[in-house]
Design a protein around this ligand. Structure first.
Ligand code: SF4
Length: 346
C-alpha cells in the first residue's frame, strides 16, 4: 500500500466558480475559499514566488501549483492560458513539480488535455460527487456518471495523475447510492480520492431547501447522524485503502467561515481524525468478536504503529470508553514500530 503520510503539498490558488456552467446545489465557493475575485496573472506569480522562497529544493519537488475552486478546463481560454503561463517560470528542475487543476467530468476532451500537457499540468481532479444519475440530476450537476468514466479514461491514457472527488449525503441520495458510488470509483482506480460529507451552506439550493423544511438528509439529524456518517466514511476509507487508492482529503477543511455559514449537514473540524479512530475501533471490535471475547471483562493490550496511538485511543479517549462501557473490555494501546499504519496486533 502507498505510505499514508506523503510529503506532497499544494500551493492553492482559488478561482471560485470560474468556468462553472451550472450552480451545483451544494456549492458556495465564496464561503469555502473566502475569496470573491478571480486572481490575475501577477497575483499568481506573487503567490508562487512567496511559496518558492519559503521552501527548500526538496520540499519544492513534492509541491504542485494548484488551481482549485472552479471548473478550470471550462474557464474562457484566454484567461486559462494567462493563469497557466504565469505559473510556468516556477516549474522544472529545482522548482515545483507541476500544476494540479480541478474541473468537471464533462469538461475534458483530447484537445484540452493536449493543451494542459503543454503547460506542465501533472494532475487533474474531477468532481464526480455521485455515480447516480438521478442524484447528479437533482443536485444540478449537469453531467452523468458515464461522463466520469469517459473523462477518467482520457485523463489516464494521456498520462496525468487522476483524482476523483465524491460527496456523501447529497440531496435525494441514499446509503445504497453512496455504496454504489464508492464501488464505481474504485473500479476506475484513481490515484487519489477526496471524500466530502455534505455540508449545507447558506445561499445554495440545498440551503434553501433546508430552510424551507424540504430537505431530508439520509441520516436523521435528531439521531446522532454525524456518528453514522463517521462510521460510513470510515468504512469507505478502508475500502479505498484496500485498493491502494490514496485518500488526500476527508471532510471539508476546518474553517470559522464554513462554521458561520453552515446550516446543517455533516461537519466536524477534525472529521478525518474521527474517521481514522473509527477504523481502529472497527478493527479491534471485529478481532475481539471473532475471538469470542467481547464482554469478557478482560484487559487487552493493543499494539499499533507509533504514529497512530492517538488515533487508536480516539478523541477524548472515545475508543477506550466505548470498549469499556459498551463491550465490557479494558484496552491499553501501546506503540510498536513493527506494525503498519492501520494494522493492529493483540
Ligand atoms: S461544485 Fe464545482 S462545478 Fe459545481 S459550482 Fe462548485 S466549483 Fe462549480
Amino acid at each position: 500500500m502507498r505510505p499514508e503520510n506523503s510529503r506532497h503539498s499544494n500551493i492553492s490558488i482559488f478561482v471560485p466558480h470560474a468556468g462553472c456552467p451550472y450552480h451545483c446545489a451544494f456549492c458556495n465557493q465564496h464561503v469555502i475559499t473566502q475569496q470573491n475575485a478571480l486572481p490575475h496573472a501577477e497575483q499568481v506569480r506573487e503567490i508562487c514566488q512567496q511559496a518558492f522562497q519559503s521552501m527548500d529544493e526538496n520540499a519544492r519537488k513534492h509541491t504542485e501549483i494548484a488551481f482549485f475552486g472552479g471548473s478550470f478546463t471550462a474557464i474562457p481560454r484566454d484567461y486559462m492560458i494567462e493563469l497557466l503561463e504565469s505559473a510556468q517560470e516556477f516549474i522544472g528542475n529545482q522548482k515545483f513539480s507541476g500544476i494540479r487543476i480541478s474541473t468537471r467530468p464533462d469538461c475534458i476532451d483530447p484537445e484540452i488535455l493536449k493543451l494542459l500537457k503543454f503547460y506542465h499540468v501533472t494532475s487533474i481532479e474531477l468532481g464526480a460527487q455521485s455515480m447516480s444519475d438521478q442524484v447528479l440530476s437533482v443536485n444540478h450537476r449537469g453531467h452523468t456518471a458515464q461522463d466520469v468514466f469517459t473523462a477518467s479514461g482520457l485523463i489516464r491514457s494521456s498520462g496525468f495523475e487522476l483524482g476523483l472527488q465524491i460527496m456523501l449525503g447529497l440531496y435525494q441520495s441514499t446509503w445504497d447510492d453512496e455504496t454504489k458510488t464508492v464501488r464505481q470509483i474504485i473500479s476506475i482506480h484513481p490515484d487519489t480520492v477526496r471524500i466530502y460529507p455534505v455540508v449545507i451552506l447558506k445561499h445554495t439550493m440545498l440551503g434553501d431547501l433546508y430552510q424551507s423544511g424540504k430537505l431530508e438528509l439520509f441520516c436523521d439529524p435528531e439521531k446522532n447522524s454525524l456518528d453514522d456518517v463517521i462510521s460510513m466514511t470510515a468504512n469507505y476509507m478502508t475500502e479505498f485503502r484496500k485498493h491502494d487508492i490514496k485518500l488526500i482529503k476527508i471532510g471539508l477543511h476546518a474553517s470559522e467561515f464554513v462554521e458561520k455559514d453552515m446550516l446543517g449537514g455533516y461537519y466536524h473540524p477534525a472529521f478525518r481524525e474521527l474517521c481514522e479512530s473509527r477504523i481502529y475501533r472497527v478493527q479491534i471490535e471485529n478481532f475481539l468478536k471473532f475471538q469470542g471475547i467481547l464482554k469478557s471483562g478482560q484487559e487487552f493490550v493493543i499494539r499499533v504503529n507509533p504514529k497512530c496511538v492517538s488515533k487508536a485511543v480516539g478523541q477524548k479517549r472515545e475508543n477506550i470508553h466505548y470498549f469499556q462501557k459498551m463491550q465490557g473490555i479494558k484496552l491499553k494501546i501501546i506503540p510498536d514500530p513493527t506494525i503498519d499504519i492501520f494494522e493492529i496486533k493483540i
